[in-house]
Design a protein around this ligand. Structure first.
Ligand code: ATP
Ligand code: MG
Length: 453
């Protein structure tokens, strides 16, 4: 193995600890990544200094998790999580420990960590390895193994099984047999874990190179049934025609395809859940073919509930739901220009790239191979042409606004929005009407109609 290079900044920080007679170690993901030959994403440090002492050592320290013995040190533009050596003696209901017990040694601190690959420390500044559980060997063998007894470790914190499958998809490692077998018996502990912590793991899974690896392990161990029963139900929902896979494998393949660095969480979630309404809507038609009428609407409703359950932000929920609702568009050359404009307005100009991405992932996952290169091109060309025409695609493109309406006597309130939307419809059909004069005239008539009707 090549020599491990300790970053000069870490040596500088170590000197500050040494001056006070304190030990400090690099721990966690950064060490794991160094032994994998990868650059670390962020640095976690462990020390025998107490949080109050660390606060006095650096000018800028944020007490991010002081209850758990963690503070964040800001140093020369870097952020480092510094945690005092600790053990976790008391656990309640599979949640985080409700009390911190500080430990005397780095070895004691490492023994409370979840997996052997995460329980390696490098002393700073010299880089001496402390590896009591052969984490380095497990990294070489590409194995995820609990530190100590897996059943006990999962019993202490029900998030750990999910972390195991997340690391499996992030790193492409296998989960060791005893560790994997301990997942199912501890599901009732996992059931009590806070939704936000689970959401963070789901986010890391769908951002990993191959999310399906984690989801299939979740299915095998019962985690999927526990956390995402709606997805588990998609197993063995066959769909013939141009589909090669059942709904679950199709969804996972779409999610794998959507796991591209520059793609948003909303697209990834939409890819994973776009067909989740299929089990509910499936019907055999007269000719013996499975149909899924309106599944995009049912999927959208279901996914809103699922994402809310995991406390996703409203913004992510709305975007994923919208993409799912619109994912079944069916473009044909006979669309008139107004139909193209209507499509743009319904989807929203800003959502078009994401919708194309979702559709490409969906098409890939139906056939099990990339769709023809030009598969969406005819639609994209028409859309781009319409957009280049510089016509009205949203209310703000109209030549008049609410104030103008009030100026001609429309009552402030909901009727403003109703009239503006109706004007937009009119303009989509006939862009030449988008002048102040013409719109005001139409608005006057609409207003009369509302007031008399
Ligand atoms: P990444 O930051 O890439 O998700 P990481 O291994 O750094 O990976 P963190 O969540 O940042 O993971 O945690 C840092 C370290 O703290 C881990 O490597 C592990 O040693 C320990 N750790 C984190 N969560 C747990 C847990 N639930 N149980 C036991 N140890 C944990
Ligand atoms: Mg980390």
């Amino acid at each position: 193995m090549r020599g491990l290079r300790i970053h000069p900044l870490l040596k500088e920080i170590a000197a500050i600890f040494s001056r006070r007679g304190k030990q400090v170690f690099l721990v966690g993901g950064a060490v794991r990544d160094m032994f994998r030959g990868k650059d670390a994403q962020d640095w976690d440090l462990a020390t025998d200094a107490l949080p109050e002492e660390v606060i006095l050592m650096f000018p800028k320290v944020i007490p991010t998790g002081i209850k758990h013995g963690t503070v964040t040190v800001r140093y020369k533009g870097y952020s480092l999580e510094v945690t005092t050596f600790r053990t976790e003696s008391e656990y309640h209901d599979g949640r985080r420990p409700n009390k911190v017990d500080y430990a005397a040694t780095i070895e004691a601190d490492l023994s409370r960590r979840d997996f052997t690959m995460n329980a390696i420390a490098l002393s700073l500044p010299e880089g001496r390895k402390v590896d009591p559980f052969d984490g380095v060997g497990d990294i070489k063998r590409r194995i995820i193994r609990c530190v100590g007894n897996p059943a006990e470790r999962f019993g202490e914190d029900g998030l750990r099984p999910l972390r195991a499958v997340r690391f499996a998809s992030q790193l492409g490692f296998n989960i060791e047999d005893a560790t994997l077998s301990a997942v199912n018996p501890s599901l009732r502990i996992t059931a009590k874990v806070a939704a936000e912590r689970i959401r963070d793991e789901i986010d890391k899974i769908i951002g990993s190179p191959k999310p399906s690896r984690a989801f299939l392990l979740m299915e095998k161990t019962g985690l999927l049934e526990l956390l995402l029963p709606e997805l588990a139900r998609c197993r063995n929902i066959e769909q013939k025609g141009f589909h090669r896979f059942d709904v679950l494998d199709h969804s996972l393949l779409a999610c794998d395809r959507a796991a591209q660095k520059s793609w948003s969480a909303a697209v990834r979630l939409a890819a994973l859940f776009h067909d989740i309404g299929k089990p509910e809507t499936r019907l055999l038609d007269a000719s013996g073919i499975w149909t899924f009428y309106q599944h995009e609407r049912v999927s959208a409703e279901l996914v809103r509930k699922i994402l809310a359950r995991f406390r996703y932000s409203n913004e992510v929920v709305d975007r994923a739901v919208h993409l799912i609702k619109e994912h079944m568009f069916y473009y044909e050359e006979i669309w008139i220009d107004a139909a193209v404009r209507r499509f743009i307005i319904r989807v929203g100009e800003e959502n078009l790239p994401d919708l194309y991405r979702l559709r490409m992932a969906d098409a890939y996952a139906a056939a099990g191979k990339p769709p023809p290169k030009d598969f969406l091109l005819p639609l994209i060309r028409r859309v781009d042409k319409a957009l280049a025409g510089g016509r009205a695609f949203s209310l703000k493109d109209l030549q008049i606004d609410g104030t103008d309406l009030i100026g001609i006597g429309v009552k402030a309130g909901p009727s403003i929005g109703i009239i503006l939307r109706e004007l937009l419809e009119t303009v989509v059909d006939d862009p030449a009407l988008n002048t102040k004069e013409k719109l005001l005239e139409i608005a006057r008539n609409l207003n009369l109609r509302y007031r008399s009707g």
